[in-house]
Design a protein around this ligand. Structure first.
Ligand code: GCO
Length: 452
């Protein structure tokens, strides 16, 4: 841990960064504007039954046109950074070839607007919106997709690396591989575990190639990856539940962090699933383990798992166990102590130089009163308790350097459409009007109190 940082009473370093996170497909809208190509989410969201109510991101929060309003909200919050994602189809409409100038210009304007407001732009290169032509050519299970991503990353870093100096290669690659290719509940909606594990490898390879691209195209920038790690506990002491928990933890954590930190894939996990194999070629593991500047961790909940009969619903042989705990609107247990536990587990198991909590937040009912005000006390308590848990881990030596809440705005929550609201700010889907909730003012005061 850096010793030059004076730990504060709350354990967080003086230069701790507070921020908010969003993602392109979830907030931008304008999916047909200015040369943007089609992504797998544009296609998947139109598949009958894929998304609640047949909703999609065509309009979303209209942030492509209203980005100045979003920057003004961030400025009012007083945050030090804003994590957004760059839509690959805006930069290369078909996923390869020369860049779309209008797409680069949009992100240049957004970055400049943030910098003028004293807010650091922090960009995610891939937040799930793969250009559809690349999926038509096989998608992440195909090695070539990793090379296409490397070209895209190099192009963006060369164009924007002077304005944006904090980069995240991928957001939650587990969601891309397992939800997109094994369980089929996210785009592209395939159910093929073999394809999912080929996707695991090519996503990690893509990340490593992007780190190399960053070192050459934007030498002054920093880059990491964002993972939704999890270390579920066994529901009972039964041996089968303990095995289930270790398999679930490996799938969500070691399967990713072991290769990223030069340890190769966890043999225990691959031995548990002999039907899948990793298409490793010479040099791949070294590429994947290219040193990162930091690790982003998304945390929402901590669950217990139990053994489940292997089948279409539970191909891995485990499932989340029922629990008595209070839950968010997503049905996820509210377990603030799990955040500190997760951060300490990661910091004590892998040689992580610096950690950011890149997403943390909760979906709640958010009923507006007759005055239109959303008194989201439940979200305030969720944020307060999780931030306290994170600060506790920091006071015990975990090198956590920043916290980004999910999310600035209510937005398109993937297969749930717009039915689940995570924002500090409510968005009227007809008028586009942004209305800060009580949690917005809570977060503003918390940031002001900590400094940012
Ligand atoms: C994710 C994504 C976000 C989600 C958020 C709430 O990590 O899943 O980054 O796009 O909206 O996590 O589910």
């Amino acid at each position: 841990m850096r010793t030059d940082v004076r730990p504060r009473a709350d354990g967080l370093p003086e230069d701790f960064v507070w921020g908010c996170s969003t993602a392109a497909y979830q907030i931008e809208g304008s999916t047909g504007a200015d040369g943007r190509g089609t992504s797998i989410w544009d296609v998947f969201s139109r598949r009958p039954g894929a998304v609640l109510g047949g909703m999609n991101g065509d309009l979303a929060c209209d942030s492509y046109r209203r980005w100045k309003e979003d920057v003004a909200l961030l400025r009012e919050l007083g945050v030090g950074a804003y994590r957004f994602s760059i839509a690959w189809p805006r930069i290369q409409s078909g996923g390869s070839g020369s860049p779309n100038a209008a797409g680069l210009d949009y992100y240049r304007r957004l970055a400049d607007g943030l910098l003028e407001a004293g807010i650091e732009p922090a960009a995610t290169l891939y937040h799930w919106d793969l250009p559809q032509p690349l999926e038509d050519a096989g998608g992440w299970p195909e090695r070539d997709t990793a090379y296409r991503f490397a070209d895209y990353a190099g192009l963006v870093l060369r164009a924007l690396g002077d304005r944006i100096t904090t980069w995240f290669s991928l957001n939650e690659p587990w969601c891309s591989s397992h939800l997109g290719y094994a369980l089929g509940i996210h785009a592209p909606g395939r159910k093929d575990r073999g394809a999912a594990y080929r996707a695991v490898h090519h996503l990690l390879l893509a990340h490593g190639l992007a780190v190399r691209a960053c070192r050459s195209a934007a030498p002054g920038a920093r880059i990491g990856i964002v993972l939704n790690t999890a270390t579920p506990r066994p529901a009972t002491r039964r041996p089968e539940d303990r095995t289930a928990a270790s398999r679930a933890a490996d799938e969500r954590t070691a399967l990713w962090l072991d290769p990223l930190y030069g340890r190769g894939y966890p043999e225990r996990h691959l031995a548990a699933y002999p039907e899948v194999s990793m298409p490793i070629e010479d040099g791949d593991l070294a590429t994947i383990a290219e040193p990162m500047d930091f690790l982003g961790v998304n945390y929402y909940s901590e669950e217990a798992v139990e053994a489940a009969p292997v089948g279409p619903e539970h191909p891995e042989g485990f499932r989340v166990a029922q629990s008595w705990r209070e839950k968010t609107e997503m049905g996820w247990d509210i377990a603030p102590e799990g955040l500190g536990r997760q951060l300490e587990h990661i910091a004590s198991t892998w040689p992580v130089k610096a950690l950011y909590v890149t997403e943390n937040g909760g979906a709640f009912p958010d009923l507006a009163g007759p005055d239109g005000r959303v008194r989201d006390r439940d979200r305030i308590e969720y944020l307060r308790s999780h931030i306290a848990s994170m600060a506790g881990a920091a006071s015990r030596g975990v090198p956590v350097r920043g916290y980004f809440t999910w999310s600035l705005l209510d937005n398109f929550e993937w297969s749930h459409g717009y039915s689940k609201r995570f924002g500090l700010v409510a968005v009227d889907l007809v008028t586009g009007e942004r209305r800060p909730k009580d949690s917005f003012w809570f977060y503003r005061d918390l940031v002001a109190g900590f400094g940012s």
